[in-house]
Design a protein around this ligand. Structure first.
Ligand SMILES: [Zn+2]
Length: 316
């Protein structure tokens, strides 16, 4: 028993001695010590240990901030108003104020205090406002006001085609706002619209090509990603006008008519057309059928058909 106990202590002692003296064991200790020293040392020059990197990653994963990448996209943080088309940053006080002002000008008409010398076109039927003619010889301040209104029209009708130097601009003014505008120009000839038959429209439609390929007994069916005619395409087709090839003499061309969105269906476009008929040719009142219209939209076509009383109006 005693011998065994002695052997036990001897053995332990020998083992300790062995561990202390052995190079390999010392090297192991050295590695462990290095590991425990570098972890808490924030000033360590060496690169962070794997443990530290993992710890950093875990911290990063806890950050849920949403980043937006600005690659120069034009609509970054912007929203376009579906009514007036203006792009603005919602929540930005300056943007919101600017948009509200512009939106009201677009939907209700731009503010107009009046001029001391106005060329009024008197119409007994007009009770809710007055029609002012702005001609090419008018002061530049009058022309500039007309141009301001036309910029509003361009939002819906397309830009940089409406106005030129020979145009006469008719403004419908009501409650100190310009609520409607008509642009007319002198022309020499126009073409009578002929209504296309249903058959002629059908003939214009392109037949779809075969979508099968056959090699011997093997037939492949092609998957055709066809661009389906959008509503606007079909509307354009229905709204397309076909004209007689023989020209008709005409004097007055209506380039564009526009009424602010909140003032539509009040007869303002009709009043403007009446004003043009009565005033465009000096000393001569034109008949509705003598007015010619420049490529009307489908809404414009409905107005013209109603105003002239025929689908065979003059176009140019
Ligand atoms: Zn708007």
């Amino acid at each position: 028993m005693q011998s065994k106990i002695s052997a036990f202590f001897k053995s332990t002692s020998a083992s300790t001695t062995l561990r202390n003296d052995d190079d390999w064991e010392n090297q192991q200790h050295h590695i462990i010590n290095t590991y425990t020293r570098t972890r808490p040392n924030p000033n360590a020059v060496t690169s962070p240990s794997k443990t530290e990197r993992t710890s950093t990653l875990v911290k990063n994963k806890r950050s849920y901030a949403q980043f937006h990448l600005d690659f120069g996209q034009s609509d970054f943080l912007l929203r376009a108003c579906p009514t007036c088309g203006i792009k603005f940053t919602p929540g930005d006080p300056h943007d919101d104020k600017s948009h509200n002002e512009f939106h009201k000008s677009f939907t209700h008409g731009i503010l107009f205090r009046g001029w001391s010398k106005e060329t009024l076109i008197p119409l007994p039927s007009v009770e809710s406002g007055r029609i002012i003619l702005v001609a090419e010889t008018d002061p530049s301040s009058h022309r500039k006001k007309a141009e301001e209104v036309i910029r509003m029209m361009e939002i819906e009708l397309g830009s940089e085609w409406i106005l030129h130097d020979l145009c006469k601009v008719y403004l419908f003014v009501s409650a100190q706002r310009v609520v409607g505008c008509l642009v007319a120009e002198p022309i020499k000839e126009a073409f009578k619209v002929v209504s296309p038959s249903v058959d002629s429209v059908k003939k214009r439609r392109v037949k779809p090509r075969s979508t099968t390929l056959q090699f011997g007994n093997v037939i492949f069916q092609r998957e055709v990603e066809k661009k389906v005619a959008s509503v606007s395409d079909s509307e354009r087709m229905e709204g397309a006008i076909f004209c007689d090839t023989k020209p008709t003499a005409a004097a007055c061309g209506i380039r564009a008519i526009w009424v602010t969105p909140s003032n539509r269906r009040k007869g303002i476009a009709t009043h403007l057309l009446d004003a043009v008929r009565k005033s465009f040719c000096t000393g001569l009142e034109l008949e509705p059928s003598q007015l010619a219209f420049s490529q009307p939209t489908s809404a414009g076509k409905a107005l013209v058909t109603s105003y002239t009383g025929t689908g065979s109006f003059l176009a140019y």
